[in-house]
Every structure is written in structure tokens, then in C-alpha cells.
Write a protein that binds this ligand. Structure first.
Ligand SMILES: Cc1cc2nc3c(=O)[nH]c(=O)nc-3n(C[C@H](O)[C@H](O)[C@H](O)COP(=O)(O)OP(=O)(O)OC[C@H]3O[C@@H](n4cnc5c(N)ncnc54)[C@H](O)[C@@H]3O)c2cc1C
Length: 302
């Protein structure tokens, strides 16, 4: 079966959009990456299930993504199906002090909804450009808090096509990681357990958090947030800055002058440039501090 045929067959059972040979540049915050063989933008949970079954039945690799804000897609792109869970599956519901959000909802929208409903606990998340699915998978966090502090439970699709409900303690949350990817789970919904608060105070806290980001992060250029995870007891950004890497550049990929743990795309950066810069930074930090930096961003594709 060629790609067009696969796309057509999938189209017979998927209600959402199917794009053949879609450039991943359009779907990653770094604006790099080659084409996805087949991209599916599901219109709902049924489409997600169909995609998973179809990929298994035809032996095609399935890559799940959310908002693409933590992915480095290589220049030759991604083989098989890329399931981008986004606007077709993004409902947010408030019930008492619990917010249930579908995986494609954007975290800033969930945080703002919480603020309007007078619910406190998600102020830390207001500036993280994640989908709920990506945030849970990565245990996204900021300002000393993370998803593990607020996600009470989640619904996920297993590799064999079943739906499971997992409580917080079964999600396998650790620093900027969870057990989701290793278990081959697709996050469907998450329940955020919050507390009553004053909407004005929550909105004011959100504003301060957004302001802090504008001051400290190079938001004027495409980037993927922190490239490296903080080693225990250290700040990756401090190590990179003090090892003299700020401003280091390969092609259009540059270590940000504003925040050394960000690599920015000055316009035409390729994944290859970013990967080479990553290797150099790791080498320099290892030489100076004898610390091995680990990637926080996920590298995918070929
Ligand atoms: C400007 C900027 C600021 C940032 N600030 C922060 C920050 O403060 N704190 C922080 O932690 N991160 C930050 N990030 C990084 C990023 O936003 C987070 O890692 C986020 O959790 C990624 O979510 P996403 O939806 O974009 O996931 P993607 O990049 O699309 O995917 C990331 C990983 O999650 C998996 N995934 C996505 N959706 C699902 C799903 N439904 N089910 C199973 N697996 C899934 C993917 O397979 C992939 O492995 C920042 C990024 C940018 C660009």
C-alpha cells in the first residue's frame, strides 16, 4: 500500500482530518522537522481508537503528539502515522473543584478556565504551551509545581485498544517524566483536583507567572522550552551559561542569549543543526563540570 492508499483507507473510518506528507515544521514549536507520512487530526475519541487499531493491523509505527512543544523531529521526518491530538478533542469541563480536560485541550486554557471558576492549583501551568496529554506524559511543571501535584487521575488507551483509568500513584510520575510513553499509553482525559480560591487572586498570580516568562525566556524565536533536564541539585541553564555556551551557533540554531537552556531557531535551523549544538553543549559541560546533561526534549523521526 502506498501512502495515498493508506490515507484513503484510513479516511473511510476516520471523521477527522488526514494529511499525507505533512511537514512537521508546521506542527512543532521549534519549526523544524521533515514530513510525517500520514498525519491524523482526530475529531474525537473514536478516531484515536481507529488510528491505533489501523496502525497495529497494518504494522505501521504510530507517533502520538500534542502541541509539539517538546519535540525535535529529525529532518527526514516520521514514518507511519502521526496522531496529533489537538483541537478535535479538547473539551474542558468544570464540576465542583475538579476540572476534566480532554488530551487535546491546551494547558493555558485549562489554567485560565480554573481561574475563572475560582479554582486554585493550576497557576503554575498558565504559560506552559502544552496539550493536556503532552503535559501529563512529560509531567510538565514550573515554579516548583508539576502535573503530579494536580492530576488526580486520567483515562488512557492501552496498546491493545482498551480504556483504563489510572490514579495519580499509578501514572508513574517522576521529574519531567511519567510511565505513559514506556507503557505505550495514549492519554485521553485528565482530572485536575483543585481548591476553591478567589478568581482575582488566581488571575493576578497567572499574570505574574506569564510576566516572569516573558522576562526570562526567548519567546520571540521558535524554541522548545528547556532542552536539557536539570541534573539533581543543579540548573542546566546555569551549567550551560557558565561553561560559556551562550550565543553558540550552528546554522540557524543558537543557544539563547536570554536563557542558556533554550536553543532558538533564528529562521532556517534544521534538526541536524540543533542536534549538533546539543552534542557540543553536552561535551563542553561534561568537560568543565563532569556532569552528563540529559535531554528533556523528545527526539523523534529519522
Ligand atoms: C516556550 C516554551 C516554554 C516551555 N515551558 C515549559 C515549562 O515551564 N515546564 C515544562 O515542563 N515544559 C515546558 N515546555 C516544554 C513543553 O511545553 C512540555 O514538555 C509539554 O508537556 C509538552 O506538551 P505537548 O502537548 O506540546 O507535547 P508534544 O511535544 O506534542 O509531545 C511530547 C511528548 O508527549 C507525548 N504525548 C503527547 N500527547 C500525548 C498523549 N495524548 N498521550 C500520550 N503521550 C503523549 C509525545 O509522544 C511526546 O513523547 C515549554 C516549551 C516551550 C516551547
Amino acid at each position: 500500500m502506498d501512502l495515498r492508499e493508506i490515507g484513503q483507507r484510513l479516511g473511510q473510518s476516520v471523521k477527522g482530518e488526514i494529511i499525507v506528507g505533512e511537514s512537521m515544521k508546521k506542527h512543532t514549536s521549534w519549526r523544524v522537522g521533515g514530513p510525517a507520512d500520514i498525519m491524523v487530526l482526530p475529531a474525537g475519541i473514536e478516531d484515536i481508537m481507529v488510528c491505533r487499531q489501523f496502525a497495529t493491523a497494518h504494522g505501521l509505527p504510530l507517533t502520538v503528539m500534542g502541541n509539539g512543544s517538546n519535540m525535535l523531529v529529525k529532518d527526514r521526518g516520521i514514518r507511519g502515522i502521526v496522531l496529533k491530538i489537538s483541537r478535535g478533542f479538547n473539551r474542558i469541563e468544570v464540576r465542583d473543584t475538579v476540572i476534566t480536560a480532554e488530551a487535546g485541550a491546551l494547558l493555558p486554557n485549562v489554567s485560565n478556565r480554573a481561574a475563572r471558576a475560582g479554582l486554585t492549583g493550576l497557576e503554575f501551568a498558565v504559560g506552559i504551551p502544552a496539550s493536556v496529554g503532552g503535559a501529563v506524559a512529560m509531567n510538565a511543571g514550573a515554579h516548583g509545581r508539576c502535573m503530579a501535584d494536580v492530576v488526580d487521575r486520567m483515562a488512557a488507551l492501552t496498546g491493545d485498544g482498551n480504556t483504563v483509568l489510572l490514579k495519580r500513584e499509578d501514572i508513574g510520575f517522576t521529574y519531567r517524566k511519567s510511565g505513559i510513553t514506556n507503557k505505550g499509553l495514549v492519554v485521553l482525559t485528565a482530572d485536575f483536583g483543585l481548591k476553591p480560591g478567589e478568581p482575582e487572586e488566581i488571575m493576578a498570580a497567572n499574570k505574574i507567572n506569564l510576566e516572569k516568562r516573558r522576562h526570562s525566556q526567548p519567546l520571540e524565536f521558535p524554541n522548545a522550552g528547556s532542552v536539557f533536564a536539570n541534573p539533581p541539585g543543579q540548573w542546566a541553564g546555569w551549567l550551560i551559561e557558565n561553561a560559556g555556551c551562550k550565543g553558540m551557533r550552528i546554522g540557524d540554531a543558537m543557544v539563547s542569549e536570554k536563557h542558556a537552556n533554550f536553543i532558538v531557531n533564528l529562521g532556517m535551523a534544521r534538526a541536524e543543526d540543533i542536534l549538533e549544538l546539543i552534542t557540543r553543549i553536552k561535551h563542553i559541560v561534561m568537560k568543565k563540570y563532569n556532569i552528563e546533561l540529559e535531554l528533556e526534549v523528545r527526539v523523534v523521526g529519522e
